[in-house]
Ligand binder design. Structure first.
Ligand SMILES: Nc1nc2c(ncn2[C@@H]2O[C@H](COP(=O)(O)OP(=O)(O)OP(=O)(O)O)[C@@H](O)[C@H]2O)c(=O)[nH]1
Ligand SMILES: [Mg+2]
Length: 393
């Protein structure tokens, strides 16, 4: 209970003050008349009000009541919000569990790496010490695990060279390297030379992913066969992919002084060859096709339907990842690939992919492009060159 004494010059004013401050529930406890001087008097009213009752006048009381009502609504809403938030935090992973998860992933990574290391160490531990340098070197140059496993088995099965060495010391590391080179040489296949035969027209279409070096390779080969073999060359562009896409080859043909034609169909080529029966070699340049777009690759099938004796040669840049190159071979193999041409050999550090892919797909190698210069930067593929690059000889 709150008790207070109110003073006023009239009793009425004193009661009003009580009502204003304590409201209608105020209880008058006492009234007193006080003489100030001869003329003036003061009235004192002592009133009390319960603690819960609104503590101001009527309007203040209503306002206070409303405010208390609103605040109870707000506090209800707040508590439901609180509940929802606490439900959400129950569902959401706590920081500690995220930390645990991250820790778990790190642990898994470490385990995986450890497993890989153990696997490699296991393979290495299984092979004689004199073979480990060779294993690591070939692994670094990109030779596939499965090929390496085959090589190691082959090397292990070889007769011990020290038995017939007449006590002359043998460097086993060198021995295994030369045996590995022989093993590789046997497994790489190279196309027969593209020697022009007079009276026959050989048509070769260069296909491959965009920018792999098809047009450049054709220009280089045309220049070389034209100059060195005096072959009658026809350069054909079957590339309507973009405006002016034929122009690059047209220009090369002009510089080299060889015939150039553009075609839109195999019929066009048949007509051109009917009129030019003395042509020895035809190089057909095609638009770059993404291995992802099988429809574009299938378009080239129309060459199969014609009676023209045409071979497809897949031009691949060695700077691409092996998975990408593998995908390209898979996609273009529907055409029936006769050989692989690897370009940008000057821009790569690892050559194991050449061995992996040609052996995996049993595809012979025909040419290596060793730089951008036309006509110099091209060479006929050879087993020795592959091995030389792989072993860094
Ligand atoms: N460093 C290097 N660059 C090369 C080699 N071969 C081609 N190039 C460059 O690669 C780029 C593309 O060569 P192109 O011959 O136009 O390739 P493409 O396959 O005909 O390209 P698209 O017709 O667009 O599919 C050019 O800048 C060439 O100079 C090579 O062996 N080494
Ligand atoms: Mg091109």
């Amino acid at each position: 209970m709150q008790v207070k004494t109110f003073e006023a010059l009239t009793m009425n004013d004193a009661i009003k003050s009580v009502k204003n401050e304590f409201g209608n529930d105020a209880i008058i406890l006492n009234t007193k008349e006080k003489t100030i001087d001869k003329k003036n008097k003061m009235y004192e009213v002592t009133a009390a009000v319960p603690e819960t009752t609104p503590s101001a006048g009527a309007s203040a009381g209503i306002a206070a009541f409303k405010a208390s009502n609103q605040s109870s609504e707000i506090s209800e809403q707040l508590s439901s919000l609180d509940q929802r938030i606490s439900n959400l935090t129950d569902i959401l992973p706590r920081k500690s569990s995220i930390n645990n998860l991250e820790g778990g992933i790190e642990e898994l990574k470490a385990l995986l790496l450890e497993a890989l290391r153990t696997k490699e160490n296991h393979i290495i531990s299984q092979i004689p010490k004199s073979m480990t340098k060779l294993y690591r070197q070939l692994s670094l140059t990109g030779i596939d695990e499965s090929e390496l496993a085959k090589l190691i088995t082959y090397l292990k099965d070889l007769p011990d060279p020290t038995e017939n060495s007449n006590k002359i010391p043998i460097n086993m590391g060198d021995h295994y390297q030369s045996q590995a080179i022989r093993w590789m040489l046997k497994r790489i296949s190279i196309t027969p030379k593209w020697t022009p035969v007079s009276g026959t027209t050989k048509i070769r279409a260069f296909v491959g992913p965009s920018g792999s070096g098809k047009t450049s390779a054709i220009a280089k080969l045309a220049a070389n066969y034209h100059k060195q073999h005096k072959a009658k060359i026809l350069l054909v562009s079957f590339d309507q992919s973009k405006l002016g896409s034929n122009e690059q080859l047209r220009l090369y043909a002009k510089i080299l002084g060889v015939q150039f034609e553009t075609i839109n169909s195999t019929k066009d080529l048949e007509k051109i060859l009917d009129k030019n029966t003395d042509i020895d070699m035809v190089f057909v340049d095609t638009a770059g096709r993404s291995p992802k777009n099988s429809q574009l690759i299938e378009e080239l099938n129309l060459f199969q339907e014609s009676s023209l004796p045409l071979d497809f040669h897949l031009v691949l840049s060695i700077t691409e990842k092996q998975a990408q190159l593998d995908r390209a071979i898979r996609s273009f193999s529907a055409l029936g690939i006769s050989s692989l041409i690897f370009t940008k050999m000057d821009e790569s550090w690892s050559y194991g992919e050449i061995f992996n892919l040609s052996t995996k797909w049993s595809l012979p190698l025909s040419f290596f492009s060793t730089g951008p210069r036309i006509p110099d930067d091209i060479e006929r593929a050879s087993k020795e060159r592959v091995v030389e690059r792989i072993f860094g000889l």
